[in-house]
Design a protein around this ligand. Structure first.
Ligand code: F3S
Length: 275
């Protein structure tokens, strides 16, 4: 059994940076919180919890003082940021610079009188945060959206694939007079998708490793499964030899929030199986 592993599997720059900042913060501040898990990977979140980085689902859950609040790589809604500042929490802003750039574009477009359409997942924390920067002058794109505005600005979620963006643009363009697009799709996402696609074309089966709650990992899975049978797994424990009967080649891909060690573990398992 041949195993092909993508070169760009594992943490992206923004996730690495956020984890580093959070660890540095907790070493100094002792207790730190993040709104939602710091990254979409259960194993890593558990490790971080042991170090004192606690995810909460609502900032009102925190009634302690002198704590540090870490903003995840996805960024945060500006009103929540204000709220955190008003509560005098120490803030460590680990918003990925690429997400921050997208937030600035949303703010700029809205300020210039464009109605902002965010192309992405409406429930994703990055998208919720982006919406906040338009100060009510924005909406998340949905299938067959009727656009009432003649002047629109488009900002894609950083982890969107280009096909989705193109699809949305082609639907919106006939409805408007003026359209301004900022391409905020992150190249880390694009690289992972391109590589996974190349590998998927030459193997019998794909395995995509990473959190089921991770948007970019789930997207990789959806893209790969259009080409080849694909498993989306979070841990090596989900694999069993009978899943590979008759399989001669396997491709291994992972999202931007999957630690290298988790990928290596799966690679080792597959290598053992093929001996
Ligand atoms: Fe940032 Fe791109 Fe990662 S936007 S968080 S470097 S996938």
């Amino acid at each position: 059994m041949k195993i092909y592993c993508t070169q760009h599997a594992g943490f992206c720059f923004g996730v690495k940076r956020a984890i580093k900042m959070a660890i540095r913060a907790v070493e100094k501040e002792k207790k730190s919180f993040s709104l939602g898990p710091l990254i979409h990977n259960q194993g890593v979140v558990e490790e971080l919890k042991k170090r004192g980085i606690i995810p909460v689902s609502d900032i009102n859950e925190i009634d302690e003082k002198d704590i540090c609040f870490i903003i995840r790589s996805h960024g945060i809604h500006p009103e929540i940021l204000e709220d955190l500042k008003n509560r005098n929490f120490k803030i460590v802003d680990a918003t990925c610079p690429k997400v921050r750039r997208a937030q600035r574009y949303v703010e700029k477009l809205s300020g210039e009188g464009y109605f902002v359409i965010i192309v992405g997942e409406k429930d994703h924390p990055e998208v919720k945060g982006l919406l906040g920067y338009a100060r009510g002058n924005a909406q998340v794109y949905y299938e067959n959206m009727e656009v009432k505005y003649k002047k629109v600005g488009i900002v894609p979620q950083t982890t969107l694939d280009i096909e989705h963006l193109n699809g949305a643009i082609s639907k919106i363009i006939p409805q408007v007079i003026e359209m301004k697009i900022y391409n905020t799709i992150c190249n880390e996402t694009t690289l992972r998708i391109q590589e996974a696609l190349e590998i998927a074309q030459k193997v019998d089966l794909m395995i995509v490793v990473g959190g089921k709650n991770s948007a970019n990992t789930t997207r990789l899975y959806q893209i790969c499964k259009k080409l080849k049978p694909t498993y989306h797994i979070e841990s090596v424990r989900e694999l069993s030899p009978d899943m590979f009967k008759g399989i001669k080649s396997i491709g291994l891909a992972a999202g931007a929030s999957t630690p290298k060690e988790q990928i290596k573990e799966i690679e080792r398992y597959l290598k053992k199986l093929s001996c």
